[in-house]
Design a protein around this ligand. Structure first.
Ligand SMILES: [Zn+2]
Length: 317
């Protein structure tokens, strides 16, 4: 079967990673020579993708995914995102695509913003509207009923890599944003040093959850083709990059793939993993060495403009 690129539609010839094992299935990643984007094949069907997100290993309906210390850091990171947005627009209306449990929108609402969200998982959307009184749409862009040109800001934080038709999302953002409205996008970077070194063991590769694997060039092309003007591109993210290195290094050391990450999730999830004492002890022994190395590597790759995350701030022209 011949695959075509999710972003630009050209035929895909070059396989960059093959036989990546996940939950007993095997996946390949093809790379588009035109827009420099990787695509997971076979692509999970939309129904299959939905059930992946409903499974307890990815999200929970109870509101938290991690232990309280990690949840605290997540809260701090959301506050930082608020600060990043307010550097451009002091206050207005915001749409968060892939709003999850709604924590970020809750923070914005408390700051006086008009808020709305989009979430693919029905239960998670229900949680966000019950818990924080948020207006959350469910489904794909064609199902959203927001009026055109109604938002000052749209954020898409680590979502575009999951969707079947990312170009449709960007077109929809163009319709929904006011003129000179701000679009913020963050995605993992397939051209990053951690991706290139980690290959199929790279933590943020995350197949089959991640369908699209963006490079900076590919993401910028997608935005420019939809009349967005790029304001800022960043490659360092404290929430994603050092941990990306840390879990990748642990994966290299031969310990069960992503064991450390899985063990940080909440106890309900933790119980479902067959934790082996020896592997946990080995992980704990390696952390004092790997944590500083991960920070150093994250800074180094950022200086080389090949950080594990791409964050783009753009305005609609
Ligand atoms: Zn392409």
């Amino acid at each position: 079967m011949r695959y075509s690129c999710n972003i630009c539609g050209k035929g895909l010839e070059q396989k960059i990673l093959k036989d990546i094992k996940s939950n007993g299935d095997y996946y390949d990643i093809f790379f588009c020579d035109y827009c420099m984007t990787g695509i997971t094949t076979p692509m999970p069907e939309p129904d299959e993708a939905l059930s992946l997100y409903s499974s307890e290993s990815y999200r929970t309906d109870t509101g938290t995914r991690f232990n309280p210390i990690i949840e605290f850091f997540i809260y701090v990171f959301r506050l930082k995102r608020k600060g990043d947005i307010k550097r451009y627009i002091e206050r207005g209306s915001i749409l968060d695509i892939g709003c999850g449990r709604g924590l970020f929108l809750h923070i914005m609402k408390k700051d006086g913003w008009g808020t709305a969200g989009v979430e693919v998982n029905k239960e998670t959307a229900f949680y966000a509207s019950e818990m924080y009184g948020l207006n959350v749409a469910v489904g794909e862009p064609s199902n959203w009923n927001f009026p055109n040109e109604s938002f000052d800001v749209i954020t898409i934080n680590h979502v575009l890599e999951h969707v079947h038709k990312p170009a449709e999302y960007i077109k929809k953002c163009k319709e929904l944003l006011k003129k000179e409205g701000l679009l913020f996008i963050a995605v993992p970077n397939i051209s990053s040093l951690q991706a290139v070194v980690g290959k199929e063991l790279w933590f943020h590769l995350d197949v089959p959850y991640h369908i699209n694997h963006f490079s900076t060039a590919g993401l910028l092309d997608l935005l420019k083709n939809n009349s967005f003007k790029i304001l800022d591109i960043r490659h360092f993210n404290l929430e994603y990059n050092p941990f990306g290195w840390l879990q990748t290094l642990l994966n290299f050391s031969g310990i069960e793939k992503n064991l450390f990450y899985n063990s940080l999730k909440n106890p309900k999830i933790r119980k479902t993993i067959r934790l082996r004492k020896g592997k946990i002890l080995l992980t704990l022994a390696l952390l004092p060495l790997f944590i500083p190395i991960s920070f150093i590597l994250s800074v180094a790759e950022t200086i080389l403009k090949r950080g594990g995350t791409i964050e783009v701030f753009a305005i609609k022209e």
